[in-house]
Ligand binder design. Structure first.
Ligand code: F6P
Length: 359
């Protein structure tokens, strides 16, 4: 009987009952899912809504803001500000934290989000998504400032993303596994379709923006070169490469069939230690990946243990199948100890990413 299926609302209530958790988190997740439905509709209208192109604005990250970035940001704020369970919100699209309007009560959670991840893909009709992370507000804080949001990823109580692709989905964790819900357009509800997602420890698929190769550190060059060499190299197996340029879509693929995704440290812009943002991209994805049995690292440590120093801080990201992440961590450690001679010597620069593959 279809009406006995588990909706996201029912699932959250049952999970919170098991965890003896409060009703505020249930209400918050309900409002997040409402926001995601609105965003899904706005994204699905595509060019018909007249929201393509650019706003002409550049956000605090130095990136072009699309009209749908701003619409999605506003939807998240308006859907989640009223319920009395949030003390504050922060988003990729806002320089400073968002204060809950005085007309609403304040609560004990903080919501951090990227309203529309991968939005450079909007004009080409490729999957985008919303990434969210829920933290506890520090005790007694009702008007949170930047410092109150600077909590390590281990402090997250809930993390997830909504996917706006061929089907709309929400994938989330409350710290008890990772579960995927598909939006049933007939009834307007997210239905549990992917319970207890789990990532295989090994993979032959990796995703990286290979055009940054010359800016990578030697351990990353080493790893990718070995993958490209495939059967003819040290790995003795062939790999496939993917790059969607939409982190939500890449992480979703990894949760569905394994793989490795990375946006590692590079020297393209020396002021930036990585491309992706810690609080609302790396941390929620790292929690999901770990909860599904994978691993998420900067290359030199667990992402979830990075101590944030700024709201829009960037961080190197390497996540997915745990044996591949462990291999990359080992390559970083060997490089840092100077044991990685062929790859850390200046001669390495003469090696080409594709040399072994074409030899
Ligand atoms: O801002 C984040 C993001 O859009 C991710 O979703 C994606 O993985 C990455 O940036 C794409 O970066 P690039 O434009 O370098 O391919």
């Amino acid at each position: 009987m279809p009406y006995r299926r588990s909706t996201l609302s029912k699932f959250i209530i049952e999970e919170q009952r098991k965890l003896s958790g409060g009703s505020e988190l249930i209400a918050l997740v309900n409002d997040i899912q409402t926001a995601c439905k609105y965003i899904a509709v706005a994204v699905a209208k595509g060019p018909l809504a007249g929201t393509r192109g650019s706003t002409g604005n550049i956000n605090v990250q130095g990136e072009e803001q699309k009209p749908l970035d701003m619409i999605s940001n506003d939807i998240m704020l308006k859907c989640c500000e009223w319920g009395g369970y949030l003390a504050g919100m922060a988003s990729e699209e806002m320089d400073e934290p968002y204060a809950i309007p005085d007309i609403y009560p304040r609560g004990r959670y903080l919501l951090v989000f990227d309203p529309l991840d991968g939005s450079s893909n909007l004009d080409v009709n490729v999957t985008v998504g919303t990434i969210f992370s829920v933290l506890r507000a520090p005790e007694g804080v009702t008007d949170p400032q930047v410092a109150d949001f600077l909590q390590p990823g281990t402090a997250q109580v809930c993390a997830g993303y909504a996917l706006y692709g061929p089907t709309a989905m929400i994938v989330l964790t409350l710290g008890t596994g990772v579960h995927g819900f598909t939006l049933d357009p007939d009834i307007g509800a997210y239905i549990l379709t992917h319970p207890n997602l789990s990532i295989a420890p090994d993979t032959h698929e990796f995703a990286v923006n290979a055009s940054n190769q010359r800016f990578w550190e030697p351990p990353v060059k080493r790893y990718v070169e070995e993958c490209v060499a495939g059967k003819s190299g040290d790995r003795e197996k062939d790999f496939n490469m993917r790059w969607i340029a939409s982190m939500v879509a890449e992480v979703h693929r990894i949760l569905m069939r394994g793989g490795l995704f990375m946006y590692p440290k590079d020297t393209k812009d020396p002021k930036r230690p990585g491309r992706l943002r810690l609080l609302y991209e790396a941390n929620p994805m790292a929690m999901l990946i770990e909860q599904a049995g994978g691993a998420a690292s900067t290359g030199r440590g667990r992402i979830l243990e990075v101590k944030p120093e700024a709201l829009h801080q960037r961080v190197p990201v390497i996540l997915g199948s745990r044996n591949e992440v462990a291999r990359l961590e080992r390559y970083h450690a060997e490089y840092d100890r100077g044991e990685d001679q062929p790859f850390s010597s200046p001669l390495f620069n003469e090696r080409s990413l594709y040399r072994n593959a074409t030899a």
